[in-house]
Design a protein around this ligand. Structure first.
Ligand SMILES: Nc1nc2c(c(=O)[nH]1)N[C@H]1C(S)=C(S)[C@@H](COP(=O)(O)OP(=O)(O)OC[C@H]3O[C@@H](n4cnc5c(=O)[nH]c(N)nc54)[C@H](O)[C@@H]3O)O[C@H]1N2
Ligand SMILES: Nc1nc2c(c(=O)[nH]1)N[C@H]1C(S)=C(S)[C@@H](COP(=O)(O)OP(=O)(O)OC[C@H]3O[C@@H](n4cnc5c(=O)[nH]c(N)nc54)[C@H](O)[C@@H]3O)O[C@H]1N2
Ligand code: SF4
Ligand SMILES: [Mo]
Length: 648
């Protein structure tokens, strides 16, 4: 049978929100490719999603509800599973109040309709909610303080840049559709600068690499700013559009340019290169997300915001300090901000679940997340779930988290889903449509919550079709060329009508007085308490748990991570231990066994592991990482983690 081609939009937690063309024969996906008419996708997909069809038939795939009986998760009917959950929701709310119920939703799918889970728990309670954001909390909070908004110029505005600074960013792995734009910019003569402590493939696509010290970016930005002040190259208007310019200037004067460079692990010529680049713009900063997952992540992003502003690059085409694209901006929210009776901090979730009192958390519902593998201090998260009375997890695959559930509800995979998408790496909107029919015992999450609402007597929950929910979500932009019909007539993608070419076209930011709020205080120094060296141990190394091309966080494609987790280091970081040897990786939070990879390109003070290793197999970097919050926005300081490596 000749395959037919169906179109959908990728809903994974990725900046790109690609248009996908699926070839389908007899309800089997035979191949996926990128939509060539999508202005960002341009006809190609990443490795992890090209291989996604294999997951549909994988043994981890969930195709019917599971309920724990006699310690084991066993097949159950929907009636049984939802009957049990509805009964417990009502009982626990009656006995302990809605604060005893906690709903946790992560980014497994970025579909806009996934917010209906929040609506359900707001209407049923409001229940206990989460605060903070382990992914981008610090950076977003920083930009809200500085600019009043965290959003970006149009992606293609990079075509106007003379320099593009990839500050802690690895687009080859985690933002692949930025790459064609970077290549075009370079072909046109733009200069690309990469600032990252870790060597990675993106280095092959840039003109200069600054292998900054881990967490050295604040000092680097200060040194560059000082040089700009000293050489009279700040925007002559800066005092008019910035608040706090004298204080910021004074901050940069705390150290000499050479001292800042040394603190950053950089050289004088590096600072010169950056100062010249910012002075001779337009220069765009592409701020990566990894860098702000540090104790000072907020201050670091504030320093980059300030550097961009004072050098006159914030308002001009080809400039900007892009950390995030406001992916929900075009959509109407389903519920006003809920008044949670209590909130738990996402980066400290294990601790907060354990210590919640009056009432304790008795029921946890997890949607689109694998917190046991992906939150820091994961052993405590796992332990907290184990002692919870009822854990309900909605997912399409078995995971470290579903294995700790009492009830598992199977939901559509990305290729069976029906939803709307905005992107956090560009300003196009997309629709996702099922390209195959899902297995009979799998249910769309909207339908799960609609049925649950009926069972618990929640009359206010919308009992309308998915298309009607999409129309409601698009209400704001329906007269502006982005209605559901517009999406369907335009092959599933339209440009957001509420985002223009420039984020701040009038030279004013979105703060109360329209001025950039410059950072005026230095962060408190981190005391890096390193316990004494033990014979045979490596020196303390900074642990990076970076995105890898083969996985979307804990969801692996292709052959997966395999039998062992790896850890990559410069050979001189672990003298006497051979490439390929099994080693013990030790941190104050835990220990794991990994296979050593030598990599002569790396700094001698870093060690790199994949971001999404499985917890139950002892492969999760998060079992080594102490749960700590960032300085702003309750992000997770995953990367301020020191480890040692010892032979096994
Ligand atoms: N293939 C793949 N793509 C993904 C994901 C995935 O799991 N797999 N995850 C998606 C998600 S959830 C997100 S949030 C995004 C973003 O994901 P990111 O977190 O931005 O992606 P990473 O590539 O892990 O990290 C970016 C870079 O930050 C660098 N970095 C770390 N610390 C510092 C520092 O102190 N200074 C500097 N200058 N650089 C530093 C790291 O070395 C790394 O190269 O990617 C998305 N894309
Ligand atoms: N050590 C370390 N830890 C990190 C990071 C790091 O860089 N280093 N990065 C952090 C970042 S940036 C992020 S965003 C988080 C990601 O943390 P999570 O969002 O918890 O990551 P995933 O492993 O992608 O888990 C998502 C789950 O949602 C499921 N899912 C997919 N689609 C749907 C759906 O439509 N409905 C439902 N109900 N489930 C669905 C997937 O099968 C998967 O099990 O991890 C963080 N953890
Ligand atoms: S994961 Fe990202 S790059 Fe890959 S197909 Fe989805 S949106 Fe595109
Ligand atoms: Mo993320």
């Amino acid at each position: 049978m000749t395959p037919i081609v169906r179109r959908t939009t990728c809903n994974r937690d990725c900046p790109d929100a690609c248009g996908i063309l699926a070839s389908v024969a007899e309800n089997v996906v035979t191949g996926l490719r990128g939509d060539s008419s999508h202005p960002v996708t341009r006809g190609f997909l990443c490795f992890r999603t090209s291989r996604y069809p294999e997951l549909l038939a994988a043994k981890e795939r969930l195709t019917h509800p599971l309920v724990r009986r006699g310690g084991q998760l066993l097949r159950a009917s929907w009636d049984e599973a939802l009957g049990l959950v509805a009964g417990q929701l009502l009982r626990i709310r009656a006995e302990s109040g809605p604060a005893a119920i906690f709903h946790y939703r992560s980014g497994g799918s970025l579909g806009i309709l996934k917010q209906l889970a929040d609506l359900f728990f707001d209407q049923f309670g409001p229940c206990t909610g989460k605060v903070g954001d382990i992914c981008s909390g610090a950076g977003e909070a920083a930009q809200l303080l500085d600019f009043g908004v965290s959003d970006s110029n149009a992606l293609h505005d990079l075509h106007h840049s003379r320099q593009i600074v990839l500050w802690g960013k690895n687009p080859m792995v985690s933002n692949v559709h930025l790459l064609p734009i970077l290549k075009e910019a370079r072909a046109r003569g733009a200069r690309l600068i990469l600032i990252d402590p870790v060597h990675h493939k993106t280095a092959n696509h840039v003109d200069h690499v600054i292998r900054v010290a881990p967490g050295g970016d604040f000092a680097l930005a200060m040194g560059v700013a000082r040089r700009l002040f000293e050489t009279g190259r700040i925007d002559p208007n800066a005092a008019n559009f910035c608040d706090g310019l004298p204080e910021f200037r004074a901050l940069t004067m705390h150290q000499t340019v050479d001292q800042w460079a040394a603190a950053a692990g950089a050289t004088g010529p590096h600072l010169q290169l950056l100062a010249d680049s910012f002075a001779d713009g337009p220069t765009a900063i592409q701020v990566g997300w990894g860098m702000q997952r540090r104790l000072h992540g907020g201050a670091t992003v504030r320093a980059l915001d300030a550097l961009c502003a004072i050098s006159g690059n914030l308002f001009r085409p080809g400039g900007g300090c892009s950390f995030y694209f406001k992916r929900r901006k075009a959509f109407s929210a389903f519920a006003p901000e809920a008044l949670h009776p209590r909130v738990l901090r996402e980066p400290l979730l294990g601790n907060d679940l354990m210590s919640a009192q009056d009432p304790p958390v008795r029921l946890v519902w997890i949607t689109a997340g694998n917190p046991v593998a992906m939150l820091p201090g994961s052993a405590q998260v796992a332990a907290a779930l184990l002692r919870t009375e009822l854990v309900v997890v909605a997912d399409s695959f078995l995971s470290d988290t579903t294995r700790r559930a009492h009830v598992v509800l199977p939901v559509p995979t990305m290729l069976e889903d029906d939803d709307l998408l905005g992107a956090y790496g560009h300003h196009w909107l997309g629709e996702s449509r099922p390209v195959v029919v899902m297995p009979p015992e799998v249910r769309h999450e909207v339908h799960i919550f609609q049925e649950l609402a009926r069972r618990v007597g929640l009359a206010t929950f919308p009992q309308v079709s998915i298309d009607d929910l999409k129309r409601a979500a698009l209400a704001k932009v329906t007269g502006l060329g982005a209605s559901l019909d517009d999406l369907r007539e335009n092959g599933g993608t339209v440009a957001s009508p509420v985002s223009g070419p420039l984020l701040f076209p009038d030279g004013k930011v979105a703060t109360e007085n329209g001025k950039v709020q410059l950072l005026t205080k230095a962060p408190v120094p981190i005391a890096t308490a390193a316990p004494g060296l033990m014979p045979g141990d490596s020196a303390p190394l900074w642990l990076f748990s970076n995105s890898t091309e083969k996985s979307q966080a804990s969801v692996w494609s292709g052959k997966g991570l395999g039998e062992r987790v790896w850890i990559a280091v410069h050979p001189e970081a672990v003298p006497g231990i051979a490439d390929g040897a099994l080693v013990e990786v030790v941190s104050p939070a835990g220990t794991l066994i990994a296979q050593l990879r030598h990599d002569v390109e790396q700094r001698r003070d870093v060690a790199i592991m994949p971001k999404g290793g499985h917890f139950d197999r002892g492969h999760s970097a998060n079992s080594l990482i102490t749960a700590r919050a960032t300085d702003l926005g309750l992000g997770a300081a995953y990367l301020d983690c020191l480890i040692r490596i010892r032979p096994r």
